[in-house]
Design a protein around this ligand. Sequence first.
Ligand SMILES: *[C@@H]1O[C@H](CO)[C@@H](O)[C@H](O)[C@H]1NC(C)=O
Ligand SMILES: *[C@@H]1O[C@H](CO)[C@@H](O)[C@H](O)[C@H]1NC(C)=O
Ligand SMILES: *[C@@H]1O[C@H](CO)[C@@H](O)[C@H](O)[C@H]1NC(C)=O
Ligand SMILES: *[C@@H]1O[C@H](CO)[C@@H](O)[C@H](O)[C@H]1NC(C)=O
Ligand SMILES: *[C@@H]1O[C@H](CO)[C@@H](O)[C@H](O)[C@H]1NC(C)=O
Ligand SMILES: *[C@@H]1O[C@H](CO)[C@@H](O)[C@H](O)[C@H]1NC(C)=O
Ligand SMILES: *[C@@H]1O[C@H](CO)[C@@H](O)[C@H](O)[C@H]1NC(C)=O
Ligand SMILES: *[C@@H]1O[C@H](CO)[C@@H](O)[C@H](O)[C@H]1NC(C)=O
Ligand SMILES: *[C@@H]1O[C@H](CO)[C@@H](O)[C@H](O)[C@H]1NC(C)=O
Length: 447
Amino acid sequence: MAALGGCAVLLAAALLLSAPAATEAYDSLDPNGNITIKWDLKEWTPDGYVAMVTIYNYQQFRHISAPGWQLGWTWAKKEVIWSMVGAQTTEQGDCSKFKTNPPHCCKRDPTVIDLLPGTPYKDQVANCCKGGVISTFNQDPANAASSFQISVGLAGTTNKTVKVPKNFTLKTPGPGYTCGRATVVRPTKFLMGDGRRTTQALMTWNVTCTYSQFLAQKTPTCCVALSSFYNNTIVGCPTCSCGCQNNNTHPGSCVNPNSPYLQSAIDGPGKYTGQPLVQCTSHMCPVKVHWHVKLNYKDYWRVKVTITNFNYRMNYTDWNLVVQHPNFNNITKLFSFNYKPLSPYGGRINDSAMFWGMKFYNDLLNQAGPFGNAQTEILLQKDPETFTFEKGWGFPRRVYFNGDNCVMPPPDAYPWLPNASPPMKQPWTLKLLVFWTALATLLAYYV
Ligand SMILES: *[C@@H]1O[C@H](CO)[C@@H](O)[C@H](O)[C@H]1NC(C)=O
Ligand SMILES: *[C@@H]1O[C@H](CO)[C@@H](O)[C@H](O)[C@H]1NC(C)=O
Ligand SMILES: *[C@@H]1O[C@H](CO)[C@@H](O)[C@H](O)[C@H]1NC(C)=O
Ligand SMILES: *[C@@H]1O[C@H](CO)[C@@H](O)[C@H](O)[C@H]1NC(C)=O
Ligand SMILES: *[C@@H]1O[C@H](CO)[C@@H](O)[C@H](O)[C@H]1NC(C)=O
Ligand SMILES: *[C@@H]1O[C@H](CO)[C@@H](O)[C@H](O)[C@H]1NC(C)=O
Ligand SMILES: *[C@@H]1O[C@H](CO)[C@@H](O)[C@H](O)[C@H]1NC(C)=O
Ligand SMILES: *[C@@H]1O[C@H](CO)[C@@H](O)[C@H](O)[C@H]1NC(C)=O
Ligand SMILES: *[C@@H]1O[C@H](CO)[C@@H](O)[C@H](O)[C@H]1NC(C)=O
């Protein structure tokens, strides 16, 4: 009898542990994803050093889009920044104690931003000047890092006296990243152009930053609609997925495509802050992903995925989509998108894939309007063991657009197979748990 009760407790514990916590600090689809910032000290100067700082994006699918990264830290001593190449600080701070040649920045906690594309050549270093935009290694390895050079004064001039900066922060420009402390690591080795000689940094330190959706606390920016060939109901994005239309409290929170005020709304106050201006829809999301189960063959089935941009203020460049579906270990053919399977946990789970557009064809998701969409069709080989159209199996479990979780319709609203009973609102494990708990309580009472 006690065994049954114990079983229920174990089951309850297992359920609790397996439930994805809203506060999880990392992403289960990219458990090792991080951004690493590396400082390589290249030369000592009379009062400090010159360093090359590089930000590497080691996240599978989360990139940093416009208006770009902002890197901050607190100096350990009274350091100043004499000059920078390929980036700049947002504020100079109080340099009044320098009579001539004031430094670039005298703040104790400088904030650095990238320069814009088109910066004069003499102010550039390799990998700089992309307006703070960083892609992912999967999508665009050449643009997955961002560098600048910094000349630091009033600092130590040997690797014993230099103090590493503290309290690193990375903003995009919103919150979301948490950075660890800088650790001195083995000096980086650089291979010279002819490949026959290496040089090395005088000293190197690394800082690792990780992203948390919970810290970012963003309102959703995307939602999912579902349909299928076997049922003509289109299950749209849930109402108010990303906000509600409310003309009383937020007039102008959205705009209709045929509105005479469309252009003035686009040019309105949010134009330069990147604040979205969405087309009026019931979901109010800037982006909608539509998953349509299109065809059923003997050994294969076919899905059509359409991404629609409802934001009048954004052409999404280098967009990406991540989808989790149990049949994604068997994608046979894909049309007009690039694709890479994501295998978190060393390939033990293979049910997720990353999709992105093809260069010069559909890597740009145009602003809301007739061209604001991109679509693909995916052909999947059936695994007879698991394949079914019942209980919404054909629909994705999770969808991310540009790294942000998309709002899905509730499972009990999914289109049904004809003659099928409505899907259970509770997973069977929960029903079993309720049953066992009731039984255990009853037995405990009688024994
Ligand atoms: C950051 O990501 C890189 C590349 O995936 C990995 O080698 C490194 O161990 C990660 N760092 C941390 C602290 O997780
Ligand atoms: C670093 O940040 C912590 C918490 O935000 C703060 O308590 C500490 O004083 C900061 N250190 C420096 C050197 O600014
Ligand atoms: C420091 O970061 C660089 C760049 O990501 C990496 O190549 C190197 O292995 C890191 N060093 C350590 C000790 O983690
Ligand atoms: C500091 O420099 C000395 C030689 O000048 C070297 O032996 C030592 O490994 C360096 N330490 C670090 C942390 O780079
Ligand atoms: C809000 O206003 C827009 C046009 O200004 C209109 O299309 C929309 O239906 C209105 N929404 C509500 C909920 O009144
Ligand atoms: C998007 O790109 C088109 C040209 O491809 C351009 O006309 C439009 O102004 C751009 N929109 C935004 C918001 O940048
Ligand atoms: C998952 O995919 C990786 C690489 O594509 C492969 O090596 C591995 O065997 C796969 N694992 C399973 C369980 O299918
Ligand atoms: C794809 O499905 C076929 C048929 O079920 C199976 O033989 C094959 O192993 C599957 N491939 C993967 C990578 O799971
Ligand atoms: C299609 O699915 C909906 C649930 O989304 C259900 O109400 C409807 O009865 C289904 N239609 C048929 C023909 O089964």
